[in-house]
Design a protein around this ligand. Sequence first.
Ligand code: SF4
Ligand code: FES
Length: 250
Amino acid sequence: MSTETDTGRITVQVTRYRPEDGDTEPTVQDYEIPLRKDWAILDGLNHIKDHIDGTLSYRWSCRMGICGSCGMLVNGEPKLTCEAFLSDYAPGPVRVEPLANFPLIRDLVVEIGDFMRKLPQVKPWIIEDTEPEREHLQTPAQVAEYQQYSMCINCMLCYSACPVVGLDEHFLGPAAIALAQRYNLDSRDQGVLDRLEVLSTDNGIWGCTLVGECTTACPKGVDPAGAIQRYKLTAAAETLKSFLLPRGKR
Ligand code: SF4
Ligand code: FES
């Protein structure tokens, strides 16, 4: 069993912002906490809240990389704080800040309404031209086509890493486009053209400048940058077809 004396102590530099108390700008507060081998950054924040400063605000739920709610910047990089270990930042100090590119509400809590409004814009559901007469069956190969894109946990790390998101509030962003691709590549779906109207725009795939930081940041291997590039090929092919064929024959 680990103890506090395992590896000493580490300083965590945490963003504080309490507008209801009159804060006009975020500040940084240092907390010295035990450096335990089995503690993630989130365990350190929980230690601060439970034993040092109960006013600290941050989001988390599952502690196992599933719910997507504990994303923050750790030493400037977007991370799930339940998966980033304190010992990897020893001897410290380690900086913990709210996700970049989102409005700040309080301490480490950001406003996610804009992100949540963008997801349904890509029509993330199965679209069929005709009513199915029986259940759809899929081969393992057909499932494998889209499975990678279905692993997204909406953690928003890719939005925090993306410079285009930071510059253009209208850009749909990496996770929304990867979500569209999850349905476009599903053998049961016939909604590629419907989604093109939303995605083949400057706010969609053509807004992406190929930086690729989204894929680097993604903790689930979704590869949003790959989804966007693949979708650009689809969009280009569909545009070409639209010039050559009437819609019913595309
Ligand atoms: S694509 Fe990856 S980084 Fe972006 S929200 Fe989904 S899981 Fe998070
Ligand atoms: S607490 Fe759920 S992903 Fe980290």
